[in-house]
Write a protein that binds this ligand. Structure first.
Ligand SMILES: *Cc1c(COP(=O)(O)O)cnc(C)c1O
Length: 253
């Protein structure tokens, strides 16, 4: 079922070419902002992408994948077992899915409310371990997007920081979804300024400096604004049949 040979050769080639192209875009964007290439990691947003296609990307050297739905994470991670892959959770997390997400995710990027963090902490204490986490901030002020309101981000970071089982790595945002990449820049700049202030105030520990932001259409802008993780789906795996609102909006999700 996960045999890469079942992926048509044309699709394998397309994924590899797309990856090379995205890698080149990242390289150029880093150069343009005089950043070291190794300061930006590529996370593949693999929603709706079958495991055998993900394996193609892994065979090409990719190691980070992000899933939006616990069900998909749960289904695919076992099919990728034994591969050097880190699964991140990048979707809206409901508290009734905590056990499963903890089983399969290496990092939860979407901590956006304290009750969620506390429930994760409780479960992790029970399991006697910790997990990497990021705080999701709603930098676009759109109601349909999840994430803590920027005004409340510092309080949330401080509170989550007190939970030993959640190792905060930094901040994540989706940003304003716009046809023009330039329109999203203020979202990314806002996330960076929240991180910088939280670091300088000591609310975030020095090592929690990650910024997960930027997607297929705007990764250059995100890198210019300081992204350390860009999350790319379409540019590698092609268009999805579901609109993103299906994944980003609770009412439809
Ligand atoms: C789908 C998704 C991405 C990637 O979007 P593309 O436009 O396909 O690159 C990034 N982040 C999140 C949270 C997503 O749901």
């Amino acid at each position: 079922m996960t045999d890469m040979n079942l992926v048509p050769g044309q699709v394998i080639n397309t994924i590899k070419e797309n990856l090379a192209h995205v890698r080149e875009r990242i390289r150029l964007a880093c150069r343009a902002s005089a950043r070291d290439e190794s300061s930006v990691r590529l996370l593949l947003a693999t929603k709706t992408v079958p495991a055998d296609r993900i394996r193609v990307a892994v065979a090409a050297g990719e190691t980070l994948i992000g899933e939006n739905k616990v069900q998909e994470l749960k289904q695919k991670m076992p099919l990728l077992e034994g591969l050097p892959v880190e699964g991140h959770f990048i979707g809206h997390l409901q508290t009734n899915k905590i056990k499963d997400v903890l089983k399969y995710a290496h990092c939860i990027q979407t901590i956006d409310r304290l009750d969620l963090a506390e429930k994760l902490d409780k479960r992790l204490q029970f399991e006697g371990r910790s997990i990497e986490a990021m705080i999701q901030v709603n930098t676009s002020f759109e109601e349909s997007k999840f994430g803590v309101h920027p005004d409340n981000a510092y309080d949330l970071i401080r509170a989550v920081g007190k939970l030993d089982t959640l190792k905060i790595k930094g901040l994540m945002t989706i940003g304003l979804f716009a046809a023009e990449a330039e329109k999203v820049r203020p979202s990314f700049a806002l996330l960076r300024s929240i991180r910088d202030e939280a670091l300088s105030e000591g609310i975030l520990p020095p090592e929690a400096n990650e910024l997960s932001m930027g997607m297929s259409g705007d990764l250059e802008t995100a890198i210019a604004e300081g992204a350390t993780i860009v999350r790319v789906g379409t540019a590698v795996f092609g268009k999805r049949i579901y609109p993103d609102s299906y994944y980003w909006n609770e009412r439809q999700g």
